[in-house]
Design a binder for this molecule. Structure first.
Ligand code: SF4
Length: 369
């Protein structure tokens, strides 16, 4: 049975203190990762489903045959055996297509007592009420922070072409308005527009911002989160996709866009600013800005239980179905040790994605200066 947030019995003050303790726990663990090899990962990147209603040109996830997704029962076993997560990055496919999404999060809430943050993208194509209800239900479980990224790759006509579904732009705008209104109730809710910059929308970032501004008057440049279109065989299934073009031109476009961001106080905006600046560096040089924290702070779990160091590194470590859903044998296995050694030697494949970058930034404090 779902454990509800007892608003009547639990005072706002207790809830606030619990949230602050969980935030402190996340901060301290990230800080610790600067100095020692962590015993357990604190962030789980988990593709809960590969089903998706979008038809993005930059990604082939939607073309994949259905996989044997981990069932709720299997996820509950995984969450029980691996109870050290403070941050869940749930992705897809479209995560909101999992009808048991709230139960999936609840499994982690029950066992990972320090869980502070759940981050999820959405293409906004599921029913707005369903998305809003699931977000509210996750807050009711006691999760202090939820970050939603609304995928948007252009102004109306361009977005709908790049993402392959007519009306997508308008669905995103409608979802953004709904989330704005939900923020009045749920103070821990934040959202941004997730823009994947690539050959498909080159030169359109500012025009996209202006198109959103017309719809959502209070939007600012800070409300845009940018990723670079990248190729990954294990995740986007788009090896060979023609999405990268003149990286220097894209880097210039991004650089000029992020210079319009206003100063915001707080650790989260600071980390986002560092992420974007380093993304410009990565686009210009092709070099990874900071050593990753894969298999130290984080890992990537696919919808059918495979474990990889990250969404970008096609080196399978094992499948949790073969270990009774326990990460330990995989985490401490020979393959994991070999990969950690490669990372330490600077021999990991070069990439810079939001799924991996934040824990890399907080795990290397000088990058924040
Ligand atoms: S990029 Fe995301 S929304 Fe688009 S097809 Fe791939 S999984 Fe779906």
């Amino acid at each position: 049975m779902r454990r509800g947030f007892d608003a009547a019995g639990e005072t706002i003050e207790v809830h606030r203190l619990t949230s602050e303790l969980k935030l402190a726990g996340l901060g301290l663990t990230a800080l610790k990762s600067n100095f020692v090899q962590l015993k357990h990962p604190y962030k789980l990147n988990f593709a809960v489903t590969y089903r998706c209603q979008s038809r993005c040109q930059s990604c082939s996830i939607w073309k994949q045959k259905p996989k044997q997704e981990l069932s709720l029962d299997e996820i509950e076993q995984f969450a029980e055996k691996n109870n050290h997560f403070r941050w869940l990055g749930l992705t897809g496919g479209e995560p909101f297509l999992r009808s048991d999404l709230v139960d999936v999060v609840e499994a982690f809430v029950q066992h990972s007592k320090g869980l502070y943050l759940v981050a999820m993208p959405t293409n906004s194509l599921s029913s707005e009420d369903i998305i809003a209800d699931r977000i509210a239900s996750i807050f009711e479980l006691g999760v202090p922070r939820i970050i939603i990224t609304l995928s948007l790759d252009g102004y109306r006509k361009l977005n709908d072409r790049v993402r392959g579904v007519n009306g997508s732009f308008d669905e995103v705008m409608s979802m953004a308005r709904r989330l704005r209104s939900m923020q009045k109730t749920w103070k821990g809710l934040s959202f941004s527009f997730g823009y994947t910059i690539s050959k498909l929308n080159e030169g359109s970032l500012e025009q996209t911002y202006q198109a959103v501004k017309k719809e959502i008057g209070d939007v600012t440049y800070n409300d845009f989160h940018i990723n670079m279109g990248q190729v990954s065989g294990i995740y986007y299934d788009n090896l060979g996709a023609d999405i990268q073009t003149d990286r220097l031109a894209l880097a210039d476009e991004l650089d000029s866009f992020i210079r319009k961001r206003h100063m915001e106080f707080g650790l989260a905006p600071l980390i986002e600013g560092v992420f974007l600046k380093k993304l410009v560096y990565y686009m210009r040089t092709g070099r990874q800005p900071i050593r990753s924290r894969s298999l130290d702070a984080s890992l990537f779990l696919t919808s059918d239980g495979d474990v990889y160091p990250s969404i970008m590194w096609d080196r399978k470590l094992g499948n949790v179905r073969d270990t009774g859903y326990d990460l330990e044998p995989i985490w401490h296995g020979k393959e994991a040790q070999a990969i950690r050694s490669l990372i330490k030697q600077g021999k990991e494949p070069s990439s810079w994605t939001a799924c991996e970058a934040y824990q890399s930034i907080t795990g290397y404090l000088p990058s924040l200066l």
